[in-house]
Design a protein around this ligand. Structure first.
Ligand code: ATP
Length: 892
């Protein structure tokens, strides 16, 4: 017999479980017996692969060829030094990439899906991986089915099984056994299969199979996501490095020709010089430094509660110009407390805060006697019974299990004197239509003595429209009640209306058509959801950073505007559009409108998608938040889709680029800041590596053109690269955010990476370094210094130049005297280590022999000091001019 053929009781028996679920102890024991609920073992991080990866780069190929040729020319020291450089580069790359990979994996683990189950008789959320056969699982719209499940209860449950069966229409699920033999999964309509998606409704079922024993596991479809994607910037930079490589090889060829053909220099020496040039100028550290910068960004963002799912987001975040955010839970705390109640006679105030069921019902500030307030109690009762949630005490704090809106209604009912357990006993629930945003209401069928009632609650416009009976049955009453709902909303309250009707005795199920008409209104409740205090500041900072904030909410327009004002969204007269208005607008009209609207209310996910698309058309870089199943298209359409970690559905998370661990808007802003830091730091690394390489190249080219010996031997050039570039480029990746990073406008998305400023800087810096080194070199030779001595001084000059360069590159405009060098201790100490290493090369005899150096005299040191400081002075002047120019453009 197959699971789908068995009756529910037989399934329960066979799996030795009950409708109340397993105990934790039993589940633990089963976990060792059945294994974790994972599809395929996660691939281990392959160390060899990462190590080999370090050698797969055109830049490294050039170095290896150079080493081989040098070896054939019997220049053994040079050959070994080149190999040493390659190995050192690989080691640094390996360590950094391994670390990066490990942290990315750790982040991935943070994102493992969770599932609601019944254990020890309670509803609990657990990691889907520890699910075992026999567990009772609760499914709701948006969740991904975590195992193969035999359903035992369904409420309008529809599941999208396209990934398993190819059928794109969601399947209506049932619970009764099916007789037929050998049905395909697509026809087993009382089962829910791993990996499929709940599109709407609710369900409850028994886990029948887990892990590789599920249908999906058996097809052995590999659902592991593509792990490695390169970000556009990474790809561009790799291309850039390749082009530079080619250019440099070309240059080396020219150098060789000039030396040999023009000046008749020794072929071997010239060949070695050409190799040395290529090796020195090639920014072999660039790809690693970029990977590391990204990885650092990813982990910094994670620390600030934004978990990156797709790497390109790290880069895009930095250029975000608009954040479209949900209201409830993201901008506000999603901690609802009912403040006002209306029962068609009077408005009452409810005291108390949070979910602690302590408070009073006041009328005109005087506590009311509740016993004879039948109509008021009815409002509370419907709120309590038309409800899927619960409140419970944990660590002496009251918490909600389920929807905070519903939690608040339970609390207000208790404050109104109702006892939830008693009420649920005398009004047992028979059927339910769960709340879904697109319907805007929820309903239950309850029994009371010999009668049945339908209770319904939802958005006031919706409910009041469905009501035909009011207390006074006055036509104007509808309007009046809507007006009262509006006065509640003006105070920033989320308003729900409550209604009921008697149902036929034989009614057992509930469908939307049963409640469309003939309802009697009971009243309203208005609840407050406090804005998150940190969000007010984040929105203000967004403004300064040139980022617009747009609120897109399912709540009422008046409530939305009131909260928007409190948060500072859209200034004083925040314009608001409702979903209804959007319906009547063409895309063209919406395109015009989105420019100056910052609040959208009562919108559906399709509207969110339209708004996103129109903003994108304006050239904005748009980040959009979402949590529901239907938010997936908008999340995908946006440049950055952000899903809620706590309240988001699996579907939303899978469609997103970033998941917010704390659902908080402020964390989005933090991620944007880190995104800017990543981009800045990649720029710093590039500027540093390319300008230094350029300087070295020009210096060699100049001397060779003049018919002189090159100013440093190949071994010395390689040494130069090890001491000055080996760690410093990676250290720059760790640079903290520059001051004012959030006061400047977002980077233009189409801004070229190597923009005008960068190129100017590379030229200025490169020429100064080359000029300084060559002049000192020629001066020494002219003064009769031996070649070895002149070269040692030239080499040291370059080392000191590049020492300054690491600090110069830390900011585009800020003076180095205004930046604390200790803010980046990694950089600072790697520089100190580099200086000591170079002193060793100058003064330790064995190293002198390898590198062909001689000790320098005090006068020579003084000369180096004077010449090298010019790079600091020049760059300071350049930065000063840039600051002046910017100030001018700001004032114009
Ligand atoms: P946001 O988009 O800002 O996060 P939201 O998603 O919370 O808002 P919805 O959940 O779609 O918005 O709620 C829209 C309206 O539906 C609310 O204003 C309220 O009137 C009503 N509503 C919300 N929750 C429930 C519920 N559990 N039962 C009945 N009606 C509800």
């Amino acid at each position: 017999m197959n699971w789908y053929q068995l009756r529910i009781n037989d399934v329960l028996q066979k799996l030795e479980t009950s409708k109340e679920g397993l105990t934790e102890k039993d589940a633990k024991e089963r976990l060792t017996r059945f294994g974790t609920n994972k599809l395929a073992e996660e691939e281990k991080i392959s160390k060899i692969k990462i190590l080999l990866h370090q050698f797969i780069s055109p830049l490294i190929y050039i170095l290896l060829v150079a080493a081989l040729v040098t070896f054939l020319l019997k220049e053994y020291t040079d050959a070994s030094v080149i190999i040493a450089v390659v190995i050192l580069n690989a080691i640094i790359g390996y360590i950094q990439e391994f670390k990066a990979e490990r942290s990315v994996r750790a982040l991935k683990r943070m994102l493992t899906p969770r599932t609601k189950v019944l254990r020890d008789g309670h509803e609990k959320e657990i990691n889907s991986e520890v699910l075992v056969p026999g567990d009772i699982v609760l499914l709701a719209s948006g969740s991904k089915v975590p195992a193969d499940i035999r359903l035992l209860k369904t409420i309008e449950l529809k599941i999208d099984e396209a990934m398993l069966t190819g059928e794109s229409i969601p399947v209506n699920k049932i619970t009764s056994p099916i007789r037929e033999d050998s049905l395909t999964p697509g026809d087993q309509t009382n089962m829910a299969f791993t990996g499929t998606i709940v599109v709407s409704g609710r369900g409850r079922g028994i886990v029948a199979e887990t892990g590789n024993r599920t249908v999906l596991g058996q097809i052995a479809k590999n659902v592991r996501e593509a792990v490695k994607t390169k970000t556009p910037l990474q790809a561009r930079l790799e291309r850039f490095a390749k082009i530079i490589g080619i250019i440099i090889v070309g240059f080396s060829g020219i150098l060789f020709s000039i030396g040999v053909f023009l000046h008749g220099m020794d072929i071997t020496e010239m060949f070695m010089a050409a190799v040395a040039t290529a090796v020195s100028a090639i920014p072999e550290g660039l790809p690693i430094a970029v990977t590391v910068t990204m990885a650092i960004g990813v982990s910094r963002m994670a620390r600030r509660n934004a978990i990156i799912r797709k790497l390109p987001a790290v880069e895009t975040l930095g250029s975000t110009t608009i954040i479209c955010s949900d209201k409830t839970g993201t901008l506000t705390k999603n901690e609802m407390t009912v403040k006002l109640v209306y029962d068609e006679d009077h408005i009452y105030e409810v005291t108390g805060t949070g979910y602690e069921p302590k408070g009073e019902i006041l009328r005109d500030e005087i506590p009311v006697e509740l016993k004879d307030k039948e109509s008021l109690l009815r409002v509370f009762r419907i709120g309590l019974l038309c409800n899927e949630s619960n409140i419970y005490l944990e660590d002496s704090q009251y918490k909600v299990e389920g929807d905070p809106t519903e939690g608040a209604l339970i609390v207000s009912a208790i404050k109104g004197g109702l006892n939830p357990e008693e009420e649920r006993k005398i009004y047992p629930q028979i059927a339910i239509i769960p709340f879904e945003s697109e319907h805007g209401y929820m309903a239950t069928l309850n029994k009371h003595h010999n009668k049945k009632y339908i209770f319904i609650k939802g958005a006031p416009e919706k409910i009041i429209e469905m009501c035909t009976q009011f207390k006074t049955n006055n036509i104007s009453q509808k309007k009046e009640i809507l007006q009262i709902a509006n006065t509640f909303a003006k105070k920033g309250l989320r308003v729900l209306a409550f209604a009921y009707k008697e149902a036929p005795d034989d009614m057992e199920e509930l469908a939307h058509r049963d409640i469309n008409l003939g309802l009697t209104l009971a009243g309203l409740q208005g609840m407050f959801d406090p804005p998150r205090p940190e969000v007010i500041q984040a929105i203000e900072e967004c403004k300064q950073a040139g980022i617009g904030t747009v609120m897109i909410t399912g709540d009422h327009a008046i409530t939305a505007v009131s909260i928007a004002k409190e948060l500072g969204i859209g200034g004083h007269d925040a314009r608001v559009y409702t979903g209804k208005e959007l319906e009547t607008m063409s895309d063209e009209e919406l395109f015009q409108a989105v420019k100056d609207v910052s609040v959208y209310a009562r919108v559906s996910p399709e509207h969110k998608l339209r708004i996103t698309n129109q903003l994108i058309k304006h050239g904005e870089i748009v980040a959009v938040t979402g949590d529901g199943v239907n938010d997936a298209p908008a999340l995908k359409a946006a440049h950055i889709g952000i899903a809620m970690g706590k309240t988001g559905t699996d579907v939303a998370k899978e469609a997103s680029d970033v998941v917010l661990a704390d659902d908080n808007f402020a964390s989005i802003f933090a991620a944007v800041e880190e995104g800017r830091v990543v981009y800045d730091n990649i720029k710093k690394v590039t500027l540093f590596l390319v300008s230094c390489g350029f300087g070295e190249l020009i210096a060699i080219l100049t001397t060779v053109s003049m018919g002189l010996h090159i100013p440093y031997t190949p071994v010395q050039i390689l040494w130069l690269n090890i001491v000055t570039n080996g760690l410093q480029d990676v250290a720059l990746a760790f640079d903290p955010p520059e001051k004012g990073i959030l006061q400047r406008p977002p980077r233009h998305p189409r801004e070229r990476f190597l923009n005008g400023i960068m190129i100017q800087k590379i030229l200025i810096m490169g020429f100064i370094m080359a000029a300084g080194t060559v002049l000192l070199y020629i001066f020494n030779l002219m003064m009769g210094a031996p070649l070895k001595e002149a070269r040692t001084e030239a080499l040291t000059t370059m080392v000191v130049f590049q020492f300054y360069q690491a600090f110069n590159c830390r900011s585009e405009r800020r003076s180095i005297f205004r930046m604390n060098p200790l803010k980046n201790p990694f950089l600072f100490f790697s520089m100190i280590a580099a200086i000591f290493a170079h002193l060793a090369v100058l003064y330790v005899p064995a190293l002198q022999w390898i590198f062909g150096t001689v000790p320098l005299t005090k006068t020579e040191w003084a000369g180096i000091g004077v010449v090298t400081i010019t790079i600091v002075i020049a760059v300071e002047i350049e930065k000063f001019i840039r600051r002046l120019r910017r100030r001018k453009t700001v004032f114009e």
